[in-house]
Write a protein that binds this ligand. Sequence first.
Ligand code: PLZ
Length: 447
Amino acid sequence: MTQPSGPELEQVRRVVTEIPGPRSLELAQRRKESVSAALGAAVPVYADRAGGGVVVDVDGNSLIDLGSGIAVTNVGNSAPLVVEAIAAQAHLLTHTCFMVAGYEPYIQVCEELNALTPGDYDKRSALFNSGAEAVENAIKIARSYTGRNAVVAVEHAYHGRTNMTMALTAKNMPYKHRFGPFAPEVYRVPTSYPVRDGLTGIEAAQRTIARIETEVASENLAALIIEPIQGEGGFIVPAEGFLPAIQKWCNDHDVVFIADEIQTGFCRTGDWFACNHEEVIPDLITTAKGIAGGMPLAGVTGRAAIMDSVHAGGLGGTYGGNPVACAAAVGAIKTMREQDLAQRARHIGSVMHSRLQELAKDVDVIADIRGRGAMMAVEFADPESLNPRADLPKRIAATCAQQGVIVLTAGTFGNVIRLLPPLVISDALLEDAMDVLTDAIRVEASR
Ligand code: PLZ
């Protein structure tokens, strides 16, 4: 008999060994001798299988997953339609290179992206392997279209680890440290960070625009790129009105407005894309992560006039839009639609938010609880001075892992716990995980 997998796995939290257990320790040793020490690890266990809301490790511990592999397995790990699509496609063809001989799944994914992304205009898409690669290409496209060089990114931004995207990313450690020089013509401007700047969305936008106008000038500016809710930066939700004002300024000055929805996309925030909440219409949008249920795939989607302005042969790559990854994306998108995972994300968000609000009454280390849908975070800081408490998230996450719950940290100041459960997690598991998390916060906050 085959062992259960995917959503058939028993949906329980169960810790049967010390964490990490003996098999994980064995793998940790082999890793130490074979894998570069430069790669981090959020939890000390090694995964064997996963599905629904759990990750089962090699020692048989069943951990509740509040990370989704960093916002990737929105439809759950090894989701049935994704697994079936991968298997079927793998039997037909695994690779031709889209630039050599095309295939239907690539076109299907582009059709889906054009239909699902915000903006009721004629669109085109191109597919790549990773989020960073999508961002790189969005910048190439914007520069080619405008004939301008400069690119603006905002404070706390995260856009990837390649050379151009490191330049766009704000935080030095660990992403940029000793890796320079970085790509030129990247300018950083303030954003909206309500709990820390106290500005309305309009005030923050005016500050941002004034900086761009004095230090860059629209005549030199190809694109402005922004995450509608910042991911690695700490789930910073800009004040209402900020994004629409920035979009309008870009439109008025023929600056390509790029929304990086790599972390926020595909139902995560309670809608297909985070731009939808304020009816923000980007010119280009970058997607990855949740798009293909765990397979590596990314896209750039945008106005046909912009996307088609690049010379023929100007975009591509050997693997971009691999047929198996594309088939997985079609399966993942179908799952999101059939199970209305946007609605599910809103429900998950309201559960997490109310549990955290309740907790905030008892502890004095929480400066902010924020996010949208199933993308929720707690910022730890002294509530008066707002001095970051960077010591807490690591300890809280370690305590949670010991008790069988995976949570991730984030934030420019390293003082944020972020919650990104798979959108198919059961209510019972979610409540159990929130019990563990809120207890861990109580304990660590009182130490
Ligand atoms: N843009 C908004 O969130 C990836 C990074 C994890 P890749 N975020 C997770 C890490 O430490 O490397 C991300 C993102 C946003 C771009 C990216 C980059 O996507 O698929 O990791 O290249």
